[in-house]
Design a protein around this ligand. Structure first.
Ligand code: FMN
Length: 431
């Protein structure tokens, strides 16, 4: 781990932007299937020395979904392509533990780690939406069971990644031995949910284990992260909320016998940048004006896990039981509505703008100040940056905010290593 604590930055990459109406901006180049755009913005993030590019994912589609989620590339396929057009930046993709097999997941991320020379990361999610089951010939487990499955799933993946000693593939032309049979470890896992023999059919990867990111903030989610993850992606909107989460997560990390600094907490962060505060507010207002309630409501309802059709949009958010679908997100949005006295309409517009993540409006200095406040205040170790639209929203951030963070010594000016583990200051796990 490096001595001086510095901010970690991820680019949360979504082809149609993060604001639900971002794609409608005259300067937006929208399209989740637009590889040329995805390549260019990944390269912009790499030039700015970001730690990683981050791909969220879902396994369903709907016409009333966020435009970045109606259609998108399968994330590991996209990462393989991005690995060929970048050199240093980490490459993170989401894969579900509820709809997947540990063997496939272990193999795919190990392959990306080899292809990218040590830059792969797996964002572990349990998949919230029950409708996903319609695409997978199975039923949707309830919230806490999804986490029980995830705990075992992650253990199997980590075990498979240790199938071979680092020096097992001797490829000795004289003796004719390609892989040393004394250096293979057969996992032989027999658990409650999985029986997996192993070994994995790929050598141990450059990072030993690709980086593990976890997203899901309930108690069971935090326990999974505290035990297994290197990075936690989260969605707090206020400083006290983020500080409380940070403290709770780090305490759990220590409870599992790990060093608190070995896990980086990275909330989502949607910057809207102007030369003045007024200009930034006008930028957001311009995007909001393209957002009607009809497109915003499904996004709010999805996060709340309840239909709000029977309630007055200009009235307060009703008292609804917290749904297990996206439990932690429903709690955070309910808290924001109560704290700021938001109507349903206002809350829906807020979700349409940043899907419940922290939105910051201001000049580059104000944006940097807010990041520093959260970083110094132990609310975050870094941020998953969510430009409202691409590429300009990212260019504004890298050209105007990153240099301020660098001048303050808060962010690297050069990569000092070549793997994502290096960027995060983490050592390679021994076998
Ligand atoms: C910040 C954040 C990002 C998430 N990203 C994804 C995602 O990309 N794909 C997905 O299927 N689920 C995603 N999830 C959902 C979680 O994996 C989990 O299923 C859900 O949040 C419910 O668990 P929780 O109550 O522990 O938060 C995300 C959750 C959070 C908090």
């Amino acid at each position: 781990m490096s001595d001086k604590r510095q901010i970690h930055l991820g680019l949360f990459l979504q082809g149609a932007g993060h604001h639900v109406s971002g794609w409608r901006h005259p300067k937006a180049e929208a399209g989740s299937e637009n590889f040329d755009l995805l390549r260019r913005v990944s390269q912009i993030a790499e030039q700015a020395k970001f730690d990683m590019v981050f791909l969220a994912d879902g396994l369903t589609s709907a016409v009333d979904a966020h435009p970045s989620m109606i259609a998108r590339f399968e994330p590991l396929t996209l990462l393989s392509a991005l690995a060929m057009v970048t050199d240093k930046i980490g490459l993170a993709a989401t894969a579900s533990t509820t709809y997947g097999e540990p063997y496939h997941t272990a193999r795919a991320f190990s392959s990306i780690d080899h292809l990218s020379h040590g830059r792969a990361a797996w964002n572990i999610v349990t998949t919230s939406y029950a409708r996903t089951a319609n695409n997978f010939s199975k039923s949707h487990p309830e919230h806490d069971e999804r986490y029980a499955v995830a705990e075992e799933f992650v253990d199997v993946v980590r075990g498979l990644w240790d199938s071979w000693d680092d020096d097992a593939f001797i490829k000795n032309k004289d003796s004719g031995v390609y892989a040393d049979p004394s250096k293979v470890h057969v996992l032989d896992h027999n658990g409650k949910y999985y029986s997996v023999k192993g070994p994995l059919n790929i050598p141990r990867s450059p990072q030993g284990h690709p980086i593990l990111i976890q997203a899901g903030s309930s108690g069971p989610g935090q326990d999974l992260a505290a035990r297994t993850a290197d990075v936690v992606f989260t969605a707090q909107q206020s400083l006290p909320e983020a500080q409380a989460f940070y403290k709770s997560l780090k305490a759990r990390v220590e409870k599992f016998g790990r060093h608190a600094d070995s896990v980086a907490v990275m909330p989502g962060f949607l910057p809207v940048i102007g030369r003045t505060q007024k200009e930034a507010a006008e930028k957001l207002a311009e995007l909001d004006k393209w957002t009607d309630l009809k497109s915003a409501m499904p996004l709010l309802e999805e996060r709340m896990g309840h239909s709000l059709a029977d309630y007055d949009p200009d009235g307060p958010l009703p008292d609804l039981p917290i749904s297990d679908q996206l439990r932690s997100r429903a709690e955070l949005l309910t808290a924001a509505a109560r704290r700021e006295n938001l109507t349903i309409r206002q809350l829906a517009l807020r979700v349409a703008a940043g899907r419940g993540h922290h939105i910051v409006l201001g000049t580059p200095v104000e944006i940097a100040d807010r990041m520093q406040e959260w970083f110094d205040g132990r609310a975050a170790d870094g941020f998953n940056v969510m430009p409202p639209f691409f590429p300009e929203g990212l260019e504004d951030f890298t050209q105007l905010v990153v240099p301020i963070l660098q001048e303050r010594g808060l962010f690297r000016t050069e990569y000092t290593g070549s793997t994502l583990r290096d960027h995060l200051g983490l050592s390679r796990p021994a076998l």
